[in-house]
Design a protein around this ligand. Structure first.
Ligand SMILES: [Zn+2]
Length: 353
């Protein structure tokens, strides 16, 4: 990681470096040894990321047996239980005593036709409970890798729910959601395994989140960001939503790399890592301000938390029953997993960004 660490230090702590004269900051022998150790650990994790794991994770979650993992249905819970078992096997710890964080959303039921917003906020729920209402029970799943600094957090998140099954549709009825968002789940889960494979304790505590209810209005991440007591100590959020699409047939390695513009280091990280590790990626690097919509990152943006979102844009299979594993660009997905693991490593270990 040495090269990356130095590059990130220069860019990420630009103000600090400028003040203390970057030229005079020469690492000591002990610091260099530590950097080499970290680089080796990081690359050990990197080499654990592989296509067979991506195929296995997406193959299960996007199988017809999972019936499209719709929030509020048992199939999303089964997908959640799969995440729990994978996190336990990888050696991650529960968050605040549990891998399973259950919550409910409420909706007005004044007509038979559903369509009103689902609410997870306690005040909104109290109001809805005074009239006819619906309740939907959901479950976020979390796994934790404790860091040296226990009370500074980085969150790596992907929603695992999708659009379920349409029992009245003629023909294929299952919205498999391979790209949206089994692909993102495969990234986050492999990053968790890679952190463990590195054998090194991160500087900050890293939380892996598998949100429920994103498709019905980012309900899982809304509930979490509104209720988790330590939310103010979150230093960065890495979001995954749709990572395997081929949206530019002439340029398969294309994807969008969207990040908070207050953190120019994030833009440098991806450029350096693609080059250094020879990744088959052509990122469209997009610093943005206030990106509230689109996916779970919006709830972190509201709180001013730095974020990065990997996204391969919208394919013709988006929200269709044809969003199946056969359309995934596996080479790109694996390299996105590697690049984003390096981001997560930096988010967890860099002092500033
Ligand atoms: Zn999605």
């Amino acid at each position: 990681m040495k090269k990356i660490l130095l590059a990130a230090l220069f860019v990420g702590s630009f103000g600090f470096a400028a003040q203390s004269s970057a030229k005079s900051v020469k690492p000591t022998k002990a610091q260099r040894a530590q950097q080499e150790l970290m680089q080796k650990a990081c690359e050990r994790g990197l080499s654990s990321i592989n296509r067979a794991s991506s195929e296995a994770i997406i193959g299960f979650l996007a199988s017809d047996a999972l019936e499209g993992r719709e929030a509020g249905y048992n199939t999303s819970i089964i997908a959640g239980e799969y995440m729990v078992s994978q996190l336990i096997e990888a050696g991650l710890e529960p968050l605040d005593g549990s891998y399973r964080h259950r919550f409910s959303a409420y909706q007005a039921a004044s007509t038979r036709r559903p369509g009103n917003r689902w609410e997870v906020n306690a005040d909104s729920i109290a109001k809805l409970q005074q009239g006819p209402h619906r309740r939907m029970d959901m479950m976020n799943v979390f796994g934790v890798i404790p860091g040296e600094i226990q009370d500074e957090y980085v969150i790596v998140g992907a929603h695992r729910d999708h659009w379920g099954l349409d029992p009245w549709k003629v023909g294929d009825q299952i919205y498999n959601g391979a790209d949206d968002n089994a692909s993102g789940v495969s990234c986050a889960l492999q990053i968790a395994r890679a952190f463990k494979a590195s054998g090194m304790k991160p500087r900050r505590t890293v939380i892996f989140a598998f949100w429920d209810g994103e498709e019905k209005g980012t309900l899982g991440s809304t509930y979490f960001t509104q209720t988790w007591p330590q939310i103010k100590q979150v230093k960065g959020y890495l979001n995954f939503d749709m990572e395997g699409g081929n949206t530019q047939p002439d340029n398969p390695p294309y994807f969008a790399y969207i990040y908070s513009q207050e953190n120019p280091a994030f833009g440098e990280w991806i450029k350096n890592d693609v080059e250094k590790y020879n990744l088959g990626l052509d990122p469209s690097v997009r610093p943005t301000e206030n990106l509230l919509g689109g996916s779970d990152q919006g709830n972190f943006v509201k709180l001013g938390i730095p974020f990065i979102w990997y996204h391969t844009d919208w394919t013709p299979y988006y929200h269709q029953v044809t969003d199946e594993p056969e359309h995934i660009n596996w080479d790109k997905l694996v390299d996105i997993t590697k690049a984003s693991y390096l981001n997560a490593w930096n988010l967890a270990n860099e002092e500033n960004y």
